[in-house]
Write a protein that binds this ligand. Structure first.
Ligand SMILES: [Zn+2]
Ligand SMILES: [Zn+2]
Ligand SMILES: [Zn+2]
Length: 282
């Protein structure tokens, strides 16, 4: 507690602590006030987070998810083969003269790997489009900077086209250079699809991990960040009401590797799997 760097959580002014705990009522208003301090705080407590809350997600790096085209439920590794076998060539895309040749990408949290996506994106589109998509589905909290990197930390410009990568290439995306969320992207093949408006097409995604309230075992709705020691705890709506507002800040549980970091609340994530949409399409 004496060391501001080691335990900056304990040094937060009471007014800010109170603000942070009003999250459920007026989160957007306080976000700009707390984000800088939260960044510092979470950075110094990242290791605690990695070993406690996310352990469950760590254990299920090969977590299950759904194919958004046909609804198949499969684990991450099997989904790759499923897409290459059944969705490599969109039947409509093949006959469509304006069909789009795409790069098929597997995207995973570097940490934790239980969050994953499969998407395709036309060869002629750039990394900037992929950056926008990742912000929307997984990352955006307060407009932080982001970059793509090749192995050994070589930065790649966002104007680089997807078509310049070969199958097997691997690169990373980093969002926010304070409390960084790192994503690893692997080019796993090519697809042909019918021309569509959205540049990035979501093909498959992990199902939300079944995180439980550590008090009562019901599904967790909030990550509580303890101001004293920086530890993160999962609570349901009822149980988090029992905690002292001067001890915890709460962020919502989301299906994202950025859950619990900075002010991430999944505001732009509109990509929940809907079995109805699959039935209608097929
Ligand atoms: Zn499928
Ligand atoms: Zn932020
Ligand atoms: Zn509970």
């Amino acid at each position: 507690m004496e060391d501001g760097q080691e335990n900056c959580l304990g040094l937060l002014p009471l007014t800010l602590i109170a603000s942070a705990n009003n999250w459920k009522r007026s989160y957007s208003q306080v976000d700009s006030q707390i984000s800088a301090r939260r960044r510092q705080a979470i950075k110094s407590t990242k290791r605690i987070w990695e070993h406690q809350v996310a352990e469950e997600i760590f254990m299920t790096a090969n977590s299950s998810g759904n194919c958004y085209l046909c609804g198949a439920g499969l684990v991450k590794s099997a989904m790759k083969n499923h897409i290459l076998k059944f969705h490599k060539e969109d039947r409509d895309g093949k006959e469509d003269k304006d069909g789009q040749e795409c790069c098929l990408l597997k995207i995973e949290g570097v940490y934790p790997k239980g969050y994953w996506l499969y998407v395709d994106i036309p060869m002629g589109k750039t990394l900037a489009a992929l950056d926008s998509f990742l912000r929307k589905i997984w990352l955006e909290c307060c407009g932080h900077m982001s970059s793509f990197f090749l192995p050994r930390h070589l930065e790649i410009g966002k104007s680089r086209k997807l078509g310049s990568f070969a199958v097997g290439d691997c690169f990373e995306h980093h969002y926010d250079f304070g409390t960084t969320t790192e994503t690893v992207i692997t080019v796993i093949g090519n697809t042909t699809r019918k021309t569509q408006k959205s540049v990035v097409r979501l093909l498959a995604r992990n199902a939300p991990p079944a995180l439980k309230c550590e008090e009562c075992g019901k599904p967790a709705e909030y990550v509580g960040i303890c101001f004293n020691d920086g530890t993160e705890h999962m609570y349901c709506d009822n149980c988090c009401d029992e905690y002292d507002e001067n001890e915890f800040a709460f962020l919502p549980v989301t299906n994202s590797p950025r859950m619990g970091q900075c002010g991430y609340d999944g505001e732009f994530d509109c990509f929940e799997f809907d079995p109805e949409s699959v039935t209608q399409n097929s």
